[in-house]
Design a protein around this ligand. Structure first.
Ligand SMILES: C[S@@+](CC[C@H](N)C(=O)[O-])C[C@H]1O[C@@H](n2cnc3c(N)ncnc32)[C@H](O)[C@@H]1O
Length: 263
């Protein structure tokens, strides 16, 4: 299987583009972007409970930029360890922290300092600093011990990775045997043209690096994740400029996907 990756632009350049984009979101969440953000979007497009989001600090919810609802995929139990491998401003990791409770651990990793600062402040304001730990790092090389995590959550970030196999290997490495992946990411109906794949702007818009469905299943299986299933779809780009940048026929949309690590 050849998972499409950018060919004629520098991966470091792409990483910088992505970091610049999310630094900007952290500093100015209400500016004009090619994707939706915030708690109203999360509730109206993705099915989060607005009532619950309104109990969380705005510093985290206003900067939410996911494409699905991983928290709704399955149980997150008291006492468990949850990792969000690119947590942004931390909305999902705060929701997870509430579910694991005082006997659990909620770890958020992100490469963008401004996002980590928002996530830490969000945890503090929510009174969850005893449960939430925000770490600097990359999801290609997670600063997390082997087989230490019950649930990996992921929202809108795998599409941004030039090397998706490496990201999936890291998810599997940190999961305990039997541990679960609750992931939301962008899927396209058919493969993008080489031209679209090789356009860093379209990658940074969360579409250039999107997988087609069979690729997602194959990737998960190839690293030892089983029972992969797409359980829900979200029209997360409806009425955004990202939708206008690529053909509507591609039907770029968010999915909830879950899988578990073999015991
Ligand atoms: C689309 S936002 C999603 C953030 C969060 N999951 C949410 O739902 O709001 C993308 C986030 O992924 C982070 N990110 C992108 N590439 C990363 C990488 N290689 N390692 C760690 N974080 C990364 C960015 O810094 C940004 O905070």
């Amino acid at each position: 299987m050849a998972i499409a990756s950018p060919e004629n632009f520098d991966k470091e350049y792409l990483r910088q583009q992505v970091m610049d984009t999310y630094e900007h979101v952290a500093k100015d969440p209400d500016a004009d972007y090619h994707f939706h953000r915030g708690p109203i979007y999360a509730s109206e497009y993705l099915g989060y409970s607005l009532e619950e989001l309104e109990t969380l600090p705005r510093i985290s919810t206003a900067r939410f930029a996911g494409v699905g609802n991983p928290i709704a995929i399955g149980p997150i139990n008291p006492g468990e360890t949850v990792l969000d491998h690119a947590c942004g401003a931390g909305m999902d990791i705060l929701l997870a922290a509430r579910r694991v409770g005082d006997s659990g651990h909620a770890i958020g990793v992100d490469m963008t300092q401004d996002m980590r600062d928002c996530a830490r402040q969000g945890a503090e304001e929510a009174g969850l600093s005893n449960i939430v730990e925000i770490r600097k790092g990359m999801y290609e090389e997670l600063p997390v011990e082997d087989e230490s995590v019950d649930v990996v959550i992921s929202n809108g970030v795998v599409n941004l990775a030039p090397d998706k196999l490496q990201v999936f290997k890291e998810i599997t490495r940190v999961l305990k045997p039997g541990g679960r992946l609750y992931m939301a990411d962008v899927i396209v109906q058919r493969e993008l043209t080489a031209e679209a794949r090789n356009n860093p702007d379209i990658w940074a818009a969360c579409i250039g690096g999107a997988l087609v469905e069979p690729e997602l299943y194959e990737l998960a299986e190839s690293v030892g994740l089983e029972n992969g299933v797409i359980s829900k779809r979200f029209n997360c780009f409806l009425n955004t400029s990202a939708e206008q940048k690529v053909s509507k026929e591609l039907f770029a949309h968010g999915v909830n996907f879950s899988a578990s690590k073999r015991k």
